[in-house]
Design a protein around this ligand. Structure first.
Ligand SMILES: NC(=O)c1ccc[n+]([C@@H]2O[C@H](COP(=O)([O-])OP(=O)(O)OC[C@H]3O[C@@H](n4cnc5c(N)ncnc54)[C@H](O)[C@@H]3O)[C@@H](O)[C@H]2O)c1
Ligand SMILES: [Zn+2]
Length: 354
């Protein structure tokens, strides 16, 4: 079967590899669509980061480069391994793409997203969504109903990132949230917040992404800090109180500064973006306002609730799909667009079976 394999920085090859074996306890999935994530791009341009370099096997998966890529995917079950009796061939599914040690508990309240050596399917080994087929442990497979088209279902994974960030914030209906950055993550997080009855102020610079925010209806206010006085506008909207919660989705220090300035006393700031360099923070403001600043990583038992928001029609993922491509076009049309023309895209999804 065809698969996109990461060898090293700048070296991703579409190759023919053997089909996966559907071992006991696993589910064989024919991949429908797989999204390209900013993390994949970082691996391609600066990696390997999450991907275990050639000759340095990951402690849990035991694999190293070359590995198959793709962690944001949907598909249809084509086989089930021995012992799997609660999922049938033909079922539509999405995958929560974790690689965690077998002895890590993954029940309610367990922080398996923070477990030692945690990695992701499609980065740390165990196959990936950028291939025709994959076998995944039953624990990480989530059935979806026919109400969610398979192309939109490929966005459930980044939507679950937004869902977990929402949970981390403690925001509730009636609150006002400031989302700094309207890339795929900021937009999908905004969709979750809106679905939960929270007023969303989104900041973004790119014309296409501002347009997406407007067209999809995920933000009540879309502010471009290069065009308006952000502080003045936010204070007007919140009647001088400041926002209840704020989310950093850019890894730009100026954005973090504005969140610290514009969050109300005793408010919460959630850092969603991945920072490859240390940030500076106005600690005095944090102290004087008793602000809580929190991180968020991945998702942890959030997939069921995330899927339900989409099944219930509270979130429409269609507007965020901007390009659909074939596996052979992964680098030429997928990565190249995101590297050189990032703002022309939100989510590019790949069909490995085309
Ligand atoms: N915590 C997690 O579990 C998790 C999971 C997935 C992705 N991420 C991270 O989330 C971050 C966002 O991901 P993405 O795919 O949306 O990235 P992205 O780079 O596509 O989006 C960032 C957006 O911020 C906007 N921006 C830049 N400067 C700005 C400014 N001054 N004011 C307002 N907007 C500004 C950009 O125009 C862009 O649209 C990345 O760092 C990514 O690595 C975190
Ligand atoms: Zn991702």
């Amino acid at each position: 079967m065809k698969a996109a394999r990461f060898y090293d920085k700048g070296d991703i090859r579409i190759e023919d590899i053997p089909e996966p074996t559907v071992e006991p306890g696993t589910v064989g999935i024919k991949v429908a669509w797989c999204g390209i994530c900013g993390t994949d791009l970082h691996e391609f341009m600066e990696g390997p980061i999450f991907i275990p370099p050639c000759g340095h096997p990951h402690p849990i998966s035991g694999e190293s480069a070359p590995v198959t890529m793709g962690h944001e995917f949907s598909g249809v079950v084509y086989a089930v391994g021995e012992g799997v009796d609660d999922i049938k061939v033909g079922q539509h599914v999405v995958v929560e793409p974790y690689i965690v040690a077998d002895d890590v508990p993954t029940g309610p309240g367990d922080h398996y997203n923070l477990s030692k050596n945690m990695n992701f399917i499609g980065l740390g080994g165990r196959g990936g969504g950028l291939s025709e087929k994959i076998a995944v442990k039953r624990r990480w497979v989530h059935p979806i109903s026919d109400k969610i088209p398979l192309d939109q279902a490929a966005l459930i994974e980044p939507l679950a990132v937004g869902y977990h960030a929402f949970v981390r914030s403690g925001a509730k209906a009636g609150d006002i949230a400031l989302v700094g950055g309207g890339g795929p993550i900021g937009l999908l997080l905004a969709a979750v917040l809106k679905a939960k009855g929270i007023t969303v102020i989104l900041t973004e610079l790119s014309a296409k992404r501002k347009e997406k925010a407007k067209e999809s209806g995920v933000a009540d206010y879309i502010l471009d800090p290069s065009e308006v006085d952000l502080a003045k506008e936010v204070m007007k909207i919140t009647e001088d109180r400041g926002v209840d919660v704020a989310f950093e989705c850019t890894s730009v220090n100026k954005v973090l500064d504005s969140l610290v300035e514009l969050t109300k006393p005793a408010g919460v700031i959630v850092i969603v973006s991945i920072w490859s360099h240390p940030a500076t923070v106005n600690v005095h403001s944090m102290v004087m306002k008793e602000l809580d600043m929190r991180g968020t990583i991945g998702y942890v038992n959030n997939h069921r609730d995330t899927i339900k928001l989409v099944e219930d029609g509270l979130i429409n993922l269609e507007p965020f799909i901007t390009q659909r491509i074939k596996l052979d076009e992964l680098v030429s049309k997928g990565f190249e667009t995101l590297i050189h023309n990032n703002e022309s895209a939100v989510k590019i999804i790949v069909n490995p079976n085309l």
